[in-house]
Design a protein around this ligand. Structure first.
Ligand SMILES: CSC[C@H]1O[C@H](OP(=O)(O)O)[C@H](O)[C@@H]1O
Ligand SMILES: Nc1ncnc2[nH]cnc12
Length: 290
């Protein structure tokens, strides 16, 4: 097996296009059978651990949520040897108790997308991974520890509505999601969580509340300048939480259920999987075939 180049992947969202705390950095271009990731990847060291940083929307924020090549991003992390992905995202709040600058660590998702490719399967191979618990509990707890260490509000658990965008929600939609009991809303995390599970990578998100979406009477409807303002105020906290989370992560994800998500997932008769598809997915399947 190739040498592991990174243990932990960080996917930085809106406003987080690099990681100033990384040392010994090198920038690499990673190619994948699913196309190019959003950006070159920065390898480096943080808290003594080997880390790979990827800017989700590219540096300079060039890629729409619906245009993101989620498969290439997660495949690239897998090819570097990553076992944990820590994602950072801006989200709107759907509850008064989640205030701008608070952090929420979601443990559930509701899918409101309709234009995304969120599986490595297809082209002659069928697989179904369990997804009742879409977030890795170990990675989520590490984020909580990071929030506690940094002395910031970090709420463990909550439901993230993944909308398609790029327009923000209508007021009727926002109120509908509130009636469902959802906590926060964003445009990017669910596809990453699905693909990370198929890739047997443990995934969790640090969701930074930037606004009250549009449901809250007496508060302005969300705008990008509002989101960016809160992110800028809170970036140093997000970096400190990340460092704390990395300190709290175990060496490997082998003790989590994520690490064996594919064990019983593949439906297709091995003899019938097309050679090109088998080759494309070798990085995931080889360990189950001696
Ligand atoms: C800039 S507001 C909308 C934008 O912010 C969030 O991005 P990310 O999850 O990458 O931080 C949201 O999902 C939208 O893409
Ligand atoms: N209100 C909101 N809706 C969707 N994505 C967001 N990202 C930040 N705030 C958001």
């Amino acid at each position: 097996m190739a040498q592991q180049q990174a243990e932990i992947g960080i996917i930085g969202g809106s406003g987080l296009y690099n990681m100033p705390g990384l040392t010994d950095t090198t920038e690499i271009t990673v190619d994948t059978p699913f196309g190019a990731p959003s950006e070159t990847i920065v390898l480096g060291t943080l808290e003594g651990r080997k880390v790979a940083f990827l800017a989700r929307h590219g540096r300079g924020h060039r890629i729409l949520p619906s245009e993101l090549n989620f498969r290439a991003n997660i495949y690239a992390m897998k090819s570097l040897g990553v076992e944990f992905i820590l994602s950072i995202s801006a989200v709107g709040s759907l509850k008064a108790e989640h205030k701008p600058t608070d952090f929420v660590i979601p443990d559930q998702f509701i899918d409101r997308t309709f234009a995304r490719n969120a599986t490595f399967f297809g082209d002659g191979i069928v697989g179904h991974v369990a997804f009742g618990d879409p977030v890795c509990a170990v990675a989520a707890k590490a984020f909580k520890q990071g929030c506690d260490d940094a002395g910031v509000v970090g709420k463990l658990g909550g439901t993230y509505v993944n909308m398609e965008g790029p327009q923000f929600s209508t007021r009727a939609e926002s109120n509908l999601y509130r009636s469902w009991g959802a906590d926060v809303i964003g445009m990017t995390n669910l596809q990453e969580a699905k693909l990370a599970r198929e890739a047997e990578i443990s995934y969790a998100t640090l969701a930074m509340v930037t606004d009250y979406d549009c449901w809250y009477e007496g508060h302005d409807d969300v705008t990008v300048d509002q989101v960016i303002k809160v992110i800028h105020e809170n970036t140093a906290n997000a970096q400190r939480v990340l460092a704390g989370a990395i300190r709290a992560l175990p060496k490997s994800n082998s003790d989590t259920p994520c690490a064996s998500a594919l064990k019983y997932a593949i439906m297709t008769d091995k003899k019938l999987i097309p050679a090109a598809t088998r080759e494309k997915l070798a990085i995931f399947l080889d360990k189950y075939e001696g």
